[in-house]
Design a protein around this ligand. Structure first.
Ligand SMILES: Cc1cc2nc3c(=O)[nH]c(=O)nc-3n(C[C@H](O)[C@H](O)[C@H](O)COP(=O)(O)OP(=O)(O)OC[C@H]3O[C@@H](n4cnc5c(N)ncnc54)[C@H](O)[C@@H]3O)c2cc1C
Length: 592
């Protein structure tokens, strides 16, 4: 079954849950009209549904054959990528002076969801190029920007992001790839990287690698890492492609999912050293890489939303079509399985989790826009704080639910879900990687608890909690029976989140292992509470706009989420505050 971009749903989430309407009213986006937003989303939806989505299955089956150091992308992929880049999609949120369109990250986030719902293997390549654009625009020298930035913005060349080595995965500071200073001011890189997404391919004439390496006099750990731009082909003086650089793909991985995204082992310096150019300052590469990683983390979160949306669409269609038995109270004949409460529960869970994760990801993008575009320094700082707080939640909550929703999608199909022919299995296989790459979800949870909660002495988190409590208050004062127990259940969830936050903050220094043991359940608690509040906000907005079936569906989703999913908050709180002892004490023999 193919993908139909849910443009109305996406626009609704942007406007009413993520805060785009408020940002528009405040003048954050002076050049952005409602017509422009609609036109961009509609056109992106059309491209994603009509051009990219039909390639998803071909990509899964064909993979990316590797021969003599080259990768062949599946039939139709190069034409689709070229058309996609020519339409300007790669540079949607990139600076106008480098041939981008200067549109908000919020709008780009919505488009990233659609590219990835159409095909995660297709979407992940541009995600990395866009992240590379941000790092180069923020930290590159003028000379490097002139030579490379416009081509990356337009997508004429693609970018890669290279951290991982066999001994350096989550522990980036352990990387060993070497960089040495050359007399002409450039550097020579030797070493190897593994698991590099789109490290080699035939979609573009040049590939620009963004590589972390260590200088000979570098301090140990992450403080001794520098970031280098290493092009596949060096450039001649006039900017045309020159000779091949000393970097090559040695092999590709055979994976569980995203088969059409080539995952390469890269080798540097077989012939004396790959030419690299420093981005930012020596030994301060992690600073630049964080720009890249934060963008990529949000985008990977959007992959979770994307695959969840696609799996939900497919499961819903199947559940209306497939007939089995007779549902209680049904007339003669067999009933579509959607008539059974257990199947409805699965479908509502899929829809609720998908919409909640979407709202969290889009809200992160609006906060990012605020951090750049707000007029007042204070508002920019608040945007930065909010984006920092929400980024690990957007990444990990959305990709965790991506896996869960895709798994439910298989379940709704019964045995046919396990058979590749339906496509439900591909979504499940594809979804799995997003919880692992760009920093595993465990690492995101640790980032949330140890770095984000303490931001500004807890003030960033307190401001967010206050905002959530205001949403709940609005539901309470609406006093509408149609909203069921939304206000009560969300107030309980918020109280659990507040208590768990206090508990963790109090133990970060004195009992760090106890705090770390609760990091993943805490991130989940954060996600279900924030997601529940955002869905409630959507329900209120839908009631205000009173547009019939859509209002009913949004109220039902918000109610289901509050009454069936947000109620997990109390259990999660208990896990965090009362469950750490056994975790910390477990496997005593295994201690190093
Ligand atoms: C398909 C694919 C594409 C990829 N693309 C890229 C790419 O383009 N560029 C790139 O640089 N990398 C890429 N990666 C690598 C990816 O980012 C890493 O696999 C990931 O960061 C995890 O590192 P690891 O595999 O070494 O696992 P490990 O770090 O060994 O982790 C194993 C487990 O231990 C946990 N763990 C590790 N350290 C800690 C800790 N301190 N505290 C708590 N738990 C911990 C992890 O959460 C995980 O559950 C890709 C990987 C894959 C599979």
């Amino acid at each position: 079954m193919n993908y139909h971009a849910p443009v109305d749903d996406i626009a609704f989430a942007l406007h009413h849950a993520a805060g785009l309407d408020r940002a528009l009213a405040e003048g954050l986006y002076p050049d952005l009209s409602p017509d422009l937003i609609e036109a961009v989303l509609t056109e992106a939806g059309r491209f994603a549904s009509d051009v990219i989505a039909p390639l998803n299955r071909i990509g899964d089956q064909f993979g990316t054959p590797f021969k003599d150091g080259t990768v062949t992308t599946p039939p139709g992929w190069k034409a689709a990528y070229t058309a996609w880049a020519a339409a300007g999609w790669n540079g949607l949120a990139a600076p106008v002076e480098w041939q981008g369109q200067g549109l908000p990250q919020a709008l780009n986030a919505a488009c990233i969801e659609m590219w990835n719902a159409a095909s995660m293997a297709f979407g992940i390549g541009p995600v990395l190029t866009m992240a590379a654009v941000d790092a180069l625009a923020d930290y590159g020298s003028d000379e490097l920007k002139r030579a490379y930035l416009s081509k990356l913005v337009t997508g004429e060349w693609m970018g890669t992001m290279q951290l991982t080595e066999p001994q350096a995965g989550s522990d980036v500071g352990a990387l060993r790839t070497k960089a040495e200073r050359a007399p002409d001011g450039s550097y020579r890189l030797t070493g190897s990287k593994i698991f590099i997404t789109y490290g080699e391919h035939d979609l573009t004439d040049n590939i620009i690698h963004f590589v972390l390496a260590r200088l000979p006099d570098a301090p140990a750990g992450t403080k001794g890492i520098s970031l280098f731009l290493v092009p596949k082909f060096l450039l001649n003086g006039d900017g045309s492609l020159g000779k091949r650089n000393d970097v090559r793909a040695h092999s590709i991985e055979h994976k569980m999912g995203i088969h059409a995204s080539p995952t390469c082992t890269m080798v540097y310096g077989d012939d004396g050293g790959a030419v690299g150019y420093l981005i930012g300052e020596e030994h301060r590469g992690m600073l630049c890489m964080f720009t890249m990683m934060n963008r990529a983390r949000l985008a990977v979160g959007l992959q979770g939303v994307a695959i969840a949306e696609r799996a939900t669409q497919q499961a819903l269609a199947y559940a209306k079509d497939r007939r089995q038995g007779r549902a209680p109270g049904a007339a003669d004949g067999s009933s579509p399985i959607i008539d059974y409460p257990d199947v409805r529960r699965m479908l509502l869970t899929m829809r609720g989790l998908t919409r909640a994760a979407r709202a969290i990801c889009y809200a992160t993008a609006v906060a990012l826009d605020r951090s750049h575009l707000a007029k007042e320094a204070e508002a920019r700082a608040a945007g930065q704080g909010r984006a920092s707080l929400l980024t690990p939640v957007a990444k990990a909550f959305a990709t965790d639910i991506g896996v869960e929703v895709a798994s439910l999608g298989v379940q709704v199909h019964g045995g046919m879900g396990f058979i590749e022919e339906t496509g439900a299995a591909q979504h499940y296989r594809d979804a799995r990687i997003a919880a692992i790459y760009e920093g595993t979800n465990g690492i995101q949870a640790i980032d949330l608890v140890t770095r984000k909660l303490p931001l500004e002495d807890g003030a960033v988190m307190r401001a967010y909690l206050k905002e959530l409590s205001e949403i709940i208050e609005r539901i309470r004062t609406a006093n509408d029976p149609a909203l069921g127990a939304i206000a009560e259940r969300l107030a309980e969830a918020l109280a659990s989140l507040e208590r768990a936050t206090q508990w963790l903050l109090a133990r970060l220094k004195s009992e760090p292992n106890a705090a770390l043991a609760g990091a993943t359940p805490y991130l989940r608690l954060f996600g279900v509470t924030a997601g529940g509040c955002m869905l409630a906000q959507e329900a209120l907005a839908a009631q205000r706009l009173a547009n019939g079936a859509d209002t009913a569906s949004r109220v039902a989703t918000a109610r289901f989420f509050a009454e069936n999913i947000a109620v997990q908050a109390e259990g999660l709180e208990r896990t965090i505050t009362q469950g750490a002892d056994t975790v910390v004490a477990a496997f005593p023999d295994a201690a190093a």
